[in-house]
Ligand binder design. Structure first.
Ligand code: FES
Ligand code: FES
Length: 233
């Protein structure tokens, strides 16, 4: 198969496809320009759990809460690292990590509500490097832990070949399962030292259900990324 030069990667014909995949990975607000500038920034918001008002940092949210909702007790604060940035977030005791990611921080990639009961794998994130279902993990359990989502992996220049392989192979159909499959792809690449076999990829992805049937595309994208990235390791 002809290789697309990196600088030409997102030009005209592939821009729409790239947009769909980036959007599925929770990167809809990120530029996919003719120069191939992708995943260059992450946008986080802090959302007030009472009125839904959004703020650019936690201190502003806290000031808003104590002013506008002074009759209420300040919610519990959990501190964890998300995609290598430390965050304080307001959570309620019963919130899952999935809810905290989408409701408190505004991340939408892995935090979509799918089965919400541990059956489909679409909410998979990496916690301290290991796959975990964010719909079945309480946010308060994640105090002090490091969490990776599709947004962080896609923005990491080291994983640019993986992102490119995902776009090139049109891995997103409806896109609901794609962020978790992409997150698992990073785990697989590292676990098998950038040389996973097809059988290993299929086995590792067996907990990620795709009703659109994109399984073979993920295997191909991960295999291509592994081949490209192994040389650089
Ligand atoms: S949404 Fe978490 S496993 Fe389905
Ligand atoms: S792309 Fe639709 S569920 Fe996987």
């Amino acid at each position: 198969m002809a290789q697309i030069p990196r600088r030409e990667f997102l030009k005209a014909g592939t821009a729409a496809l790239a947009g769909a995949t980036l959007s599925a990975l929770g990167l809809g607000s990120i530029t996919a320009s003719a120069e191939g500038v992708i995943a260059e920034k992450q946008v986080f918001v802090y959302t007030c759990p009472v009125c839904g008002k959004q703020f650019s940092d936690f201190e502003k949210l806290k000031a808003h809460f104590t002013g506008a909702h002074q009759e209420l007790e300040l919610p519990k604060t959990v501190t964890f690292r998300i995609n290598n940035v430390e965050y304080d977030v307001f959570v309620e005791d019963h919130w899952t990590l999935r809810e905290a990611l989408i409701r408190a921080i505004g991340l939408t990639g892995n935090a979509k509500q799918m089965c919400d009961r541990g059956g489909c794998g679409s909410c998979t994130v990496l916690i301290d490097g290991k796959p975990a279902l964010s719909c079945s993990t309480l946010a308060v359990e994640c105090e002090g832990k490091s969490i990776e989502t599709s947004e962080g992996i896609a923005a990491d220049p080291e994983y640019r070949p993986l992102l490119e392989a995902y776009v090139r192979n049109d891995t997103a159909q409806c896109g609901y399962c794609t962020p978790a499959q992409f997150t698992m792809a990073k785990y697989i690449l590292n676990k098998y030292e950038f040389a996973p076999t097809e059988e290993q990829i299929r086995l590792e992805l067996s907990g990620n259900i795709c009703r659109c049937g994109t399984y073979a595309r993920h295997v191909k994208a991960i295999t291509e990324a592994a081949a490209e990235m192994k040389g650089g390791k």
